[in-house]
Write a protein that binds this ligand. Structure first.
Ligand code: AMP
Length: 394
């Protein structure tokens, strides 16, 4: 069965077409600068890659163009072969704790959460609307970044603020990257053939979040009301004293929105180094002895290892630590430093196993108190599989 997985942004649309249950990606690609000058798209299939400039007025035009290409390139012989479309949706509030079949009514309900994820949610829904229009009658499924974390208990998701902020305004921890945490948890559980594992999953990419999971239930997660909270990231600050915001508004004359934007886009690795948000650039600068890069990396490792130690305590001892996403899967250096940073827990790296990229591997020693695995994430596949499972049960 062919299922397409979609991640729509405000001016982009990323897709991956899978054959399931084989988990085989048949074609993938990206439509960029939708609604802007110079729009174009790239499609990878069968070891080939095409790139075309094409006016993409809106998301519907991008979807129409994608469908034409799938036929013309011989990737499908008829659009009827596509039996489901899975959409990544950032925010489902407290209402959606599992993937859901999308229809107009459900889309309306999801749009209530647009103000909790203003950069992503409306854009994700543009993708849904485009598919409903271009492929009428085909199953659309929404898979939420927040859903997995809905299993958290109240003492973990509530902030110690006036209770009515929660009751009236929905101020609470929602958590993000849930699809990725759920995917790698599933991978490690099936590899170790256990469904009762206590795992600390570390999604460390441009965005980063750490999650404590006990037998498939989220105990706690580092991101919060928005994806700005938790550990330091590529351009995001992670946890800071909230009073800094008012202080900086007074000092700079900027608005709260502008300061929040600085915390989202000009902080983290980028803010501390002034060089880049990309860990490869930071590693290059560190190799040249750049002081601010060395400082940023120290801070970065501290924030991550503090969360791991805290979550190990919360889980009353984790069975496994999982590293994933761009940095977790690819940076031997950051992996090594993270493991050094939790040496007090008795976790030990086997250096001879750590020099690789993007593979499923155990990188700890035999006598490490907690085994550490690198597990490549695949949110697109998870979204496609969720859609496939709903299709099978319909
Ligand atoms: P993601 O958001 O998961 O795509 O991850 C992006 C991050 O992964 C960026 O900071 C990249 O620099 C980082 N990354 C990807 N490949 C490598 C690599 N070979 N070494 C270090 N960092 C990498």
């Amino acid at each position: 069965m062919k299922i397409i997985s979609i991640n729509a942004g405000s001016s982009s649309l990323k897709f991956n077409l899978f054959e399931l249950p084989e988990k085989k990606s048949i074609a993938s690609g990206l439509f960029e600068k939708i609604g802007m000058e110079g729009s174009f798209y790239t499609i990878k299939y069968n070891g080939d890659k095409i790139r075309k400039e094409h006016e993409l007025k809106d998301h519907s035009v991008a979807v129409e163009c994608l469908m034409n290409e799938l036929i013309e390139l011989g990737i499908v012989s008829s659009l009827d072969e596509i039996e489901g479309v899975g959409h990544r949706i950032l925010h489902g509030g407290a209402e959606f704790s599992a993937p859901v079949v999308l229809d107009e009514d459900v889309v309306k309900r999801i749009s209530k959460y647009n103000e909790l994820g203003p950069l992503h949610n409306p854009a994700n829904l543009l993708g849904v609307e485009a598919f409903m229009k271009e492929l009428p009658g085909v199953l659309n499924v929404g898979v939420f970044d927040t859903a997995f974390h809905q299993s958290m208990d109240m003492d973990h998701f509530l902030y110690p603020v006036p209770y009515e902020w929660y009751e009236k305004y929905g101020v609470r921890k929602y958590g993000f990257h849930g699809t990725s945490h759920r995917f790698v948890y599933g991978e490690i559980s099936s590899y170790l053939k256990r469904d009762d594992l206590k795992v600390i999953t570390c999604h460390i990419g441009n965005g980063a979040s750490i999650t404590a999971i006990d037998a498939g239930k989220v105990v706690d997660t580092s991101m919060g009301f928005t994806p700005l909270a938790g550990v330091m990231m590529g351009t995001r600050s992670g946890d800071i004293d909230p009073s800094i915001i008012e202080y900086m508004v007074k000092k700079t004359g900027k608005t709260v929105g502008e300061i929040t934007n600085d915390l989202n886009k000009k902080s983290g690795y980028l803010g501390v180094t002034g060089i880049s948000s990309d860990s490869r650039d930071i590693e290059d600068a560190m190799a040249e002895g750049n002081e601010r890069a060395l400082l940023a990396q120290k801070m970065y490792i501290q924030k991550i290892t503090n969360y791991i130690a805290m979550y190990n305590n919360m889980l009353n001892g984790a069975d496994v630590i999982v590293l994933t996403a761009g940095i977790g899967e690819n940076s031997s250096l950051t992996r090594e430093q993270i493991i050094e940073g939790i040496a007090s827990l008795g976790v030990k790296l086997d250096k001879s196993k750590n020099d690789f990229r993007g593979e499923f591997r155990c990188i700890s020693t035999e006598d490490s108190t907690i085994p550490v695995y690198v597990v490549p994430t695949n949110e697109e596949l998870m979204i496609a599989e969720d859609t496939y499972n709903i299709k099978l049960n319909k």
